[in-house]
Design a protein around this ligand. Structure first.
Ligand SMILES: Nc1nc2c(ncn2[C@@H]2O[C@H](COP(=O)(O)OP(=O)(O)OP(=O)(O)O)[C@@H](O)[C@H]2O)c(=O)[nH]1
Length: 404
């Protein structure tokens, strides 16, 4: 059994349905609940210590009042869920009780230490502006107390009270900053995950889950404008561009001795970089007569066909290939380390493979246009040549591969 359960602390924390974890006030609520738990526990302990150990009834009364106020705020907060009012109430309660204690002891017995708790409380709960304001007032009072002492200097004594004050404040500070660090870490983590989600959404085609056209354009531009890309396409380069955290499961359709399966290591590629150019090819894939599928079976079935075809194509890709939906019923695949001849062979296999599949009860065919990167090419001109090749494939009767 965990300590939290043992002390029944978990019952202290209420899950407000109106403040889910992604609500801006979520962590403020956690802090209010933590703070009230800490103040309540502190006031219970201090009341008992002052009553039975120091027999300081005046301080025990002060701590007892703090305990009642703390529980009152907690009860009200649980029943109303008012964050702003509670945050102010907690801050004012903590600040005024600390200052009452510091003033009543005239700063003796290291009671001034307690004032150091005011900035963390007030800044976390009521924000920078009001936190600064309240901290300044409290510290001004502390400075004034010290000034008064300088008018009539007394020798400083270290009592047991000093020891308790120092220890209690240190423990409270550590707890507060642990909490602060936890919220900060959680907020950054959430932000990083959100950014990843947004980035993924921005580069993914909603329907098929493949990369979208923006991502393809960016990846191709990066490949072709990276100096190394003109001479060497390494596995690392393409993987960095893909930036994919969940690498697709690759089904290797080629024979073991096929040149495309013999991936060279990065080291091999780099060592050859100076003397060899590593080719890049692209292929545009277009479904034949897709309009008829929509017309005969409806757009929803058409969508399902697109999704299944996308999955089948993705399963046929090699690690370094980058498949994207270009728009409508067209897909583009970027083939690093692939000559035009290899790209033709590869896409021909792909065409035959798709022609053999049963997709939503239909037999589909695809036409493909292939082009290899030339030094004078831009991403646009490369795709344009592949598109022209696709046009030839279409006008050549469809269900075939044409190269530019
Ligand atoms: N279901 C569905 N259809 C789409 C989507 N995007 C484009 N289309 C359809 O794809 C069809 C493309 O038709 P066309 O450009 O005439 O091409 P095609 O019928 O495949 O003929 P060819 O390419 O010449 O073989 C149109 O009917 C579009 O409405 C989509 O996201 N979902």
């Amino acid at each position: 059994m965990s300590l939290r359960k043992l002390l029944m602390i978990k019952y202290w924390y209420k899950q407000f349905s109106q403040y889910p974890p992604d609500h801006p006030d979520y962590w403020r609520i956690r802090l209010i609940e933590h703070s009230l738990l800490i103040t309540t526990s502190y006031f219970i302990i201090l009341t008992l210590i002052n009553l039975f150990y120091f027999e300081g009834y005046q301080y025990a009364l002060l701590d007892g009042s703090g305990l009642v106020i703390s529980l009152g705020i907690y009860y009200r907060f649980r029943s109303t869920g008012h964050v702003k009012i509670t945050a102010w109430a907690v801050t004012l309660m903590v600040a005024s009780l600390i200052m009452l204690f510091v003033i009543s002891t005239k700063g003796y017995s290291h009671s001034l230490f307690w004032a150091t708790l005011i900035p963390p409380f007030s800044f976390f709960l009521i924000g920078r502006t009001w936190g600064t304001f309240i901290s300044c007032i409290c510290f001004s009072v502390c400075a004034f107390l010290v000034y008064l002492q300088t008018q009539n200097p007394q020798p400083v004594t270290f009592s047991k009270g000093s020891l308790f004050n120092v220890i209690e404040v240190c423990v409270a500070q550590i707890l507060l900053f642990r909490f602060y660090e936890k919220t900060r870490f959680s907020a950054y983590k959430k932000l990083a995950l959100r950014n990843l989600e947004i980035q993924k959404m921005a580069e993914t085609d909603k329907l098929t889950g493949l990369y979208n056209r923006e991502k393809l354009d960016f990846a191709l531009d990066t490949l072709l404008t990276t100096p190394a890309a003109n001479t060497s396409m390494t596995t690392e380069t393409t993987n960095a561009i893909k930036q994919t955290d969940e690498a697709p499961i690759i089904y290797q359709p080629y024979a073991d001795d096929h040149p495309l399966t013999n991936h060279q290591t990065t080291q091999d590629l780099l060592s050859k970089q100076a003397v060899t150019q590593y080719p890049i090819s692209v292929a545009i894939i277009d479904i034949d007569h897709f309009k008829q599928i929509n017309d005969n079976h409806g757009h929803l079935i058409g969508d399902k066909v697109l999704c299944q075809l996308a999955q089948l194509l993705q399963n046929q890709m090699r690690n370094d290939d980058l498949l994207a939906r270009w728009g409508g019923e067209e897909f583009v695949v970027v083939l690093p380390n692939t000559t035009l001849a290899d790209a033709i062979e590869l896409t021909e296999r792909l065409r035959l493979y798709i022609a053999m599949q049963n997709i939503k009860g239909m037999e589909l065919t695809i036409s493909l246009g292939v082009a290899q990167y030339r030094l004078e090419d831009s991403a646009h001109s490369l795709l344009d040549r592949a598109d022209k090749a696709l046009y030839s494939a279409k006008s050549g009767g469809r269900n075939c591969v044409a190269a530019a």
